[in-house]
Write a protein that binds this ligand. Sequence first.
Ligand SMILES: NC(=O)c1ccc[n+]([C@@H]2O[C@H](COP(=O)([O-])OP(=O)(O)OC[C@H]3O[C@@H](n4cnc5c(N)ncnc54)[C@H](O)[C@@H]3O)[C@@H](O)[C@H]2O)c1
Length: 260
Amino acid sequence: MNRLHEKVVLITGANRGMGHTAAKLLAQEGALVIATDINDSGLEELSGMGIDSRILDVTSEDAWRDTVEAIVKKYGRLDVLVNNAGIVHVADPVTFDLNEWRQMCAVNVEGTMLGCKYALPVMSEQGAGSIVNIASISAHTGLYFYSGYCASKGAVAAYTRAVAVYCAQNQLGIRCNSISPGGIDTKINEDLAEQFAQRLASMKVPPQSPVSADGPQMRMGEHEDIGWAIVYLASDESKFMNGSDIRIDNSSSITAAAVA
Ligand SMILES: NC(=O)c1ccc[n+]([C@@H]2O[C@H](COP(=O)([O-])OP(=O)(O)OC[C@H]3O[C@@H](n4cnc5c(N)ncnc54)[C@H](O)[C@@H]3O)[C@@H](O)[C@H]2O)c1
């Protein structure tokens, strides 16, 4: 309890999934959480628990500017930014739809970049802050149906390192780290199972994937497995971590076998 006493935390993609759970864990640890998302049905539940919430489409630079300004006006500071919002489109490299690729990169990569762009000046002024970017094991492995997702999350991981070095070399007191989850049991994977069903039939060798049309192929993690790592990186317990990536995947990214 109180690992984040009165830290002001902005989290994106908190309407559902691991962002939603993380918002609750952050608040449980004493943070003043601003939970944001492009959708609001799940945000209402968080508001009912006393968590501040607001709509934020992470692809909109104007929305980022307004959101960070509003937070500073209300709370006087921004201690932690969690860039969690993300989407997935699956397709092999030859059939990837360019619009879907761009949409995915807009949310996953540009959304993360814009969050850092607007949080960094506020945190610099304070001389302290922690940024947590949600990457994926797709940043470290090659999953051909996830070609665009691999590219977008690889960019998130690489960008995280660059921001960390920028902060360290300018002695800003800000840390920037990423988390690379493996398959976590959220709706994003339920949606994927449908997309896979349309494509599996055409493949010579079915891809290794956490999900298939028949359901999970390997043990999935729980929302809290990522949520507690977010709490750790948000807290001062991780004060010597900067530019790191934490893989949380039950070893699935370092083995050729499906992990049961
Ligand atoms: N679930 C997994 O297996 C897994 C594995 C690795 C990484 N991730 C990453 O974890 C993060 C959370 O994923 P999840 O599994 O909880 O998925 P999810 O689909 O349950 O939640 C994602 C949230 O992002 C929101 N979102 C989408 N577009 C947005 C936008 N433009 N602006 C603001 N919010 C937007 C959605 O409304 C949703 O609430 C994502 O970045 C995802 O890529 C998930």
